[in-house]
Design a protein around this ligand. Structure first.
Ligand SMILES: Nc1ncnc2c1ncn2[C@@H]1O[C@H](COP(=O)(O)OP(=O)(O)O)[C@@H](O)[C@H]1O
Ligand SMILES: [Mg+2]
Length: 346
């Protein structure tokens, strides 16, 4: 069993709380993605699990073992970083074997493990090359190979694809998913990229300022965001937020009245959330807006406009004919409502 449990974990650096009382259970064989903006504490969480960083308060378990006082090398984890950190003077084979050699594993076992890893990662024909003779994607695969040969209970990956170009990133995304299926091991993967999170995670943990905002399956994170932070962070272009006044029987923004079944008369204001891809061109007109800018993306176009002083966008089919004014309609069921003060979804 290689589940990972964080109980009330807090990290304070120089009197500043960067991880605030995190409770999280990562199940055996699960692929969990920790996602959030730069500086929110993702690497710190991973480094605490690895034992590279002391925890200020709380407990961490790997399997059934409390690891607070266990050094990194005895935690049965493997860490893959953004920088591949390969030894330039060593061949691929030597790079993959290095950690095992340091542990004085016998030569035959090392060779067997290197061959296995090379096969899984499709590196067989590159074993005698030096890192500089490899592409970025191949180098990252060598870094993965180095982790695989250690048979860890848990793989920890900190933005492993950030150094790759866009096309390779997409390819490596699915390779890492396949690797997870083959190895049947727990993966904890850190990224700032919401697309990576949505496409890779069995479960996504959204972090902001050291606090878990939501932890759930990708489709739930996308369809049922807990608050404006999650709603705004996951999805591209980001969800539109419009401040609306609560009036009898519904809400109002600009001169648009939106009838709502739920009664919000105990509030003055709510925030409406509408995904750009849920705005429809033409059809039943709900409101009009002046177009600020149009970005053509081939099959689609992103149209930017302003509502109640807030920048908004709509993702529309490229053939949609747009002039200076935009008529948009929205399905009522596609509108999210958030508390105007706390941002919590209501
Ligand atoms: N060794 C350190 N000393 C002091 N502050 C640190 C240290 N490492 C990270 N921090 C701070 O902790 C916060 C979280 O950092 P980090 O976990 O690296 O974020 P992320 O990986 O999400 O970008 C940041 O504000 C960062 O400046
Ligand atoms: Mg980081």
């Amino acid at each position: 069993m290689s589940k990972v449990v964080l109980k009330n974990v807090t990290k304070i650096y120089d009197k500043k709380k960067v991880i605030d009382n995190i409770d999280l259970t990562i199940n055996d064989k699960e692929f969990v993605v920790l996602v959030g903006a730069s500086g929110c504490g993702k690497s710190t969480v991973l480094r605490m699990i690895a034992g590279l960083e002391e925890i200020t308060e709380g407990e961490i378990y790997i399997g059934d073992r409390r690891v607070n006082d266990i050094p990194p090398k005895d935690r049965d984890i493997a860490f893959v970083f953004q920088s591949y950190a390969l030894y330039p003077h060593m061949t691929v084979r030597e790079n993959i074997a290095f950690g095992l050699k340091m542990r004085k594993i016998d030569k035959a076992t090392i060779e067997k493990k290197v061959q296995e890893a090379a096969e899984i990662l499709d590196l067989g024909e590159y074993l005698d090359r030096k890192p500089k003779q490899l592409s970025g994607g191949q180098r990252q695969r060598v870094a993965l190979g180095r982790a695989i040969v250690r048979n860890p209970k848990v793989f920890l990956m900190d933005e492993p694809l950030s150094n790759l170009d866009a096309k390779l990133r997409v390819q490596m995304r699915s390779e890492i998913k396949k690797l997870h299926e083959k190895l049947q091991t727990t993966f904890i993967y850190v990224t700032h990229d919401q697309t990576e999170a949505l496409t890779m995670g069995d479960r996504i943990v959204v972090l902001d300022k050291g606090v878990i905002q939501q932890a759930d399956k990708p489709e739930i994170i996308y369809n049922e965001p807990a608050n404006t932070f999650v709603a705004g962070f996951i999805g591209s272009p980001q969800m539109n937020f419009i401040n609306a006044k609560v009036v009898h029987g519904g809400v109002k923004f600009e001169d648009v009245f939106l009838p709502l079944e739920k009664d919000f008369s105990d509030r003055k204001e709510v925030i409406l959330g509408i995904r750009p891809e849920k705005m429809v061109c033409g059809g039943e007109v709900q409101f009009e807006a002046n177009v600020d800018m149009i970005e053509l993306l081939g099959s689609e176009k992103i149209v930017y406009f302003t509502v109640e002083g807030k920048k908004c966008s709509a993702k529309l089919p490229a053939e949609c004919d747009i002039n200076h004014t935009l008529r948009l309609s929205i399905q009522k069921s596609d509108i999210y409502l958030f508390d105007a003060e706390t941002g919590v979804r209501i």
